[in-house]
Design a protein. Structure first.
Length: 162
């Protein structure tokens, strides 16, 4: 038997005001995207903003459906819109934020497992790490350099029969 320990590093900023201007702008755009959220069931509104390597920014918001699996998370809405518009341009950074109707979201909002895997797919496609910026409506902001920190044992093409 082997015992393996996996650890990772990330940055914690006390607030978005400490971020570099480009990162603060992207997180602000994620917060703006929340306004397009459709969340009549969970009342939890999520926004995401994706910056491509060419500087283009795409926003997305969560879209719920009475049949819950039919909805889509903000991160996938944004990243799929970006990839559809610029299929050959790598994703550089993804920012995510949320707002709830019944409580204050003051902690960083991480992507769900399906969104983590979707983001990993674009890292693999282009062979580059994607920076992830996580924030709530207030409070600390986390910055990760690549999805390996959030999904260390991601499913990848080696797992598919060729």
């Amino acid at each position: 038997m082997k015992q393996i320990t996996h650890s990772f590093e990330y940055q914690i900023f006390d607030s978005s005001s400490e971020l570099q201007p480009a990162d603060r702008d992207l997180l602000d755009k994620a917060k703006e995207a929340i306004n397009g959220s459709y969340a009549p069931y969970s009342h939890y509104h999520v926004g995401a903003a994706v910056r491509l390597a060419n500087g283009m920014i795409f926003k997305g918001s969560n879209q719920e459906n009475m049949s819950f699996p039919a909805g889509l998370c903000a991160e996938r809405v944004a990243i799929f819109a970006a990839a559809s518009s610029f299929p050959e341009v790598p994703v550089a950074t993804v920012a995510i934020s949320a707002r709830a109707e019944q409580f204050d979201v003051s902690e960083p909002v991480p992507p769900c497992g399906m969104c983590r895997q979707a983001i990993v797919e674009y890292e693999m496609k282009f062979g580059n790490k994607i920076r992830i910026i996580l924030g709530g409506q207030s409070g600390e902001v986390f910055v990760f350099n690549g999805m390996g920190t959030l999904l260390p044992l991601a499913f990848h093409e080696k797992g598919l029969a060729k």
